[in-house]
Design a protein around this ligand. Structure first.
Ligand code: IMO
Ligand code: MG
Length: 430
C-alpha cells in the first residue's frame, strides 16, 4: 500500500484540487507540505464548490485527518478566516480534524506589506506574485529570524524573537521609506490570535511517523507546480519554496522512503499566472478561446491566466525532477472542437534543437518551440467515464503526450465533478 504524493507538473492550476479530493476519500491523512495561501484549490462535491488556499483538501470530507506540515508558511489571520468561511458552508474544522506543525513558519503582516511594496515598486523587476507575503516569510525562515507556530505559546521568548526579526525588517523599511513596525504592537497582535492557533499545534513529524507505522494511507497534497520550484523552476519567476515531490518528505518531517507513488497533475494545455518565460504561450484568438473555455482566471487573485499549447518538453522535465510515476490528465474537454492541436516537443536555440528548457534566463526567453501538429476532434469529451466514450483522435492525443513525457496516464479527469474520471491505475494500489 503506497502513500501518494500529488504534485503539479506545470506552472500550477493543473486541477490538483479535484484529484486530491478524489484520492482523499481513500486516505487516512492528507498533508500540505509547502507553499501557503498562494494556492487555490477548487473542489466540487455534489454540486457545491469549495475553494481552499491553506487548508488541506481533506478537511471537506469527514473521517480524514488534515495536517499542515513544517514546510508550509502559515498566515494565522488567514487561517482563522478560511476556517470561518468553510464553517458557513457547513464544514466544521476542529483540533481533532486539523493539526499544524509547531515548527511551521508564520506569515506576518510585514511580509505581506513587503511583497506588495516590491511588486508595486518597479514594473521591470516584478515577479507577479500573489502578494500574500509568501516569499518574504520564506526569506525569514532561511534567515533564521522567523516566528514559528510554537513561539505563540511563550510570550517572553516571543518578545525577544520579535526584536531579532525587527532588527532586520525595520532597517529594510527605513531604507525603503516604509513606516517602521512597532514591536509591542506586533507582539500583542500575535498574542491575540494565538489562542485560535495553538489548539491545532502538534508534533506533526511524530504523528505522521506513527500513522505511517500503523499502515495508514497518507496523501501528500502539493501546491503550485514544479516549474515554479525555487530550484527546478523558471528562476527567478518562481515561488519561494521547493515544490518537487521530494519536498513532501522534508516539508512534513518524514524520510524519503515514506513517499510511495508520485502522481503528477498535468493539464491538457499550458497556463501560467504572473511574469516569466512561457515558450508555447498563445497571445492570439486561440489563446483567448482556451482561456475562456477553460475559465482560466485565478482562484486566489482573480488574474487572467496566460494560455498556450501543451509543452511536452517541460512536462518531461518535471516528470524527471519529481520522479513522477504516472499522471492525472485534466481538462482535455477544453480542447474539444479544435481543427488542429499543437504539441511542443522541444525547442530551437541558435539553430540547434534541444530537448529541455535551459537554465539561463536569457536562453529561456529566446527559445522557440518545436511543434508537432495533430488533427483535433469535434465530439465532446466532457463527462466521459470510460475510454470508449472518447473520440479516437482524443485518445491519440493522450497517447502521444504519454510517449513524449515518458510516463503514462493513471487518471483522466473529464470535468470538475469527481465522478467524471477515467481510472486506469489507482495510485494507492501501486
Ligand atoms: P496552485 O496551488 C499558479 C505563482 C504566482 C507568481 C509566482 C510567485 O493554485 O496551483 P508567490 O505569491 O508564490 O510568491 O508568487 O508563483 N503562483 C501560482 N501560480 N498556481 C498557484 O498555486 C500559484 N502559487 C503561486 O502567480 O507567478
Ligand atoms: Mg491557483
Amino acid at each position: 500500500m503506497a502513500n501518494v504524493v500529488v504534485v503539479g507538473a506545470q506552472w500550477g492550476d493543473e486541477g490538483k484540487g479535484k484529484i486530491v479530493d478524489w484520492l482523499a476519500e481513500q486516505a487516512d491523512v492528507v498533508v500540505r507540505f509547502q507553499g501557503g495561501h498562494n494556492a487555490g484549490h477548487t473542489l466540487v462535491i455534489d454540486g457545491t464548490t469549495y475553494k481552499l488556499s491553506l487548508l488541506p483538501s481533506g478537511v471537506v470530507r469527514g473521517g480524514t485527518l488534515s495536517v499542515i506540515g513544517n514546510g508550509v508558511v502559515v498566515d494565522p489571520w488567514h487561517l482563522v478566516d478560511e476556517i470561518a468561511r468553510l464553517k458557513t458552508q457547513g464544514v466544521s474544522i476542529t483540533p481533532e480534524s486539523l493539526r499544524i506543525a509547531d515548527n511551521a513558519t508564520l506569515i506576518l503582516p510585514l511580509h505581506r506589506e513587503l511583497d506588495h511594496f516590491r511588486e508595486n515598486a518597479n514594473a521591470a523587476l516584478k515577479i507577479g506574485t500573489t502578494k500574500r507575503g509568501i516569499g518574504p516569510a520564506y526569506e525569514d525562515k532561511v534567515g533564521r529570524r522567523a516566528i514559528r507556530v510554537v513561539d505563540l505559546a511563550d510570550a517572553d521568548l516571543l518578545g525577544a524573537k520579535i526584536e531579532r526579526l525587527l532588527a532586520h525588517h525595520n532597517a529594510l523599511r527605513r531604507g525603503l521609506g516604509i513606516e517602521e513596525v512597532d514591536a509591542a504592537a506586533l507582539k500583542s497582535e500575535l498574542l491575540a490570535i494565538a489562542p485560535q492557533i495553538l489548539p491545532f499545534a502538534d508534533t506533526v513529524w511524530a504523528l505522521l511517523d506513527e500513522a505511517r507505522r500503523a499502515g495508514q494511507r497518507i496523501l501528500f497534497e502539493g501546491a503550485q507546480g514544479a516549474l515554479l520550484d525555487v530550484d527546478h523552476g523558471t528562476y527567478p519567476y518562481v515561488t519561494s519554496s521547493n515544490i518537487v515531490a521530494a519536498q513532501a518528505a522534508t516539508g512534513s518531517g518524514l524520510g524519503p522512503s515514506a513517499i510511495g507513488y508520485v502522481l503528477g497533475i498535468v493539464k491538457a494545455y499550458t497556463t501560467r499566472v504572473g511574469e516569466g518565460p512561457f515558450p508555447t504561450e498563445l497571445t492570439d484568438a486561440i489563446g483567448e478561446k482556451i482561456g475562456e473555455r477553460g475559465r482560466e482566471f485565478g482562484v486566489v487573485t482573480g488574474r487572467k491566466r496566460r494560455c498556450g499549447w501543451f509543452d511536452a518538453a517541460l512536462v518531461r522535465q518535471t516528470v524527471r525532477t519529481s520522479g513522477i510515476d504516472g499522471i492525472a490528465l485534466t481538462k482535455l474537454d477544453i480542447l474539444d472542437g479544435f481543427e488542429t492541436i499543437k504539441i511542443c516537443t522541444g525547442y530551437r536555440l541558435d539553430g540547434q534543437v534541444i530537448d529541455h528548457l535551459p537554465a539561463s534566463q536569457a536562453d529561456q526567453a529566446r527559445v522557440e518551440p518545436v511543434y508537432e501538429t495533430i488533427d483535433g476532434w469535434f465530439e465532446t469529451t466532457a463527462g466521459a467515464r470510460s475510454w470508449a466514450d472518447l473520440p479516437a483522435q482524443a485518445i491519440k492525443y493522450v497517447r502521444r503526450i504519454e510517449e513524449l513525457i515518458g510516463t503514462t496516464v493513471a487518471l483522466l479527469s473529464t470535468s470538475p465533478e469527481r465522478d467524471d474520471t477515467i481510472l486506469v491505475h489507482n495510485p494507492f494500489e501501486d
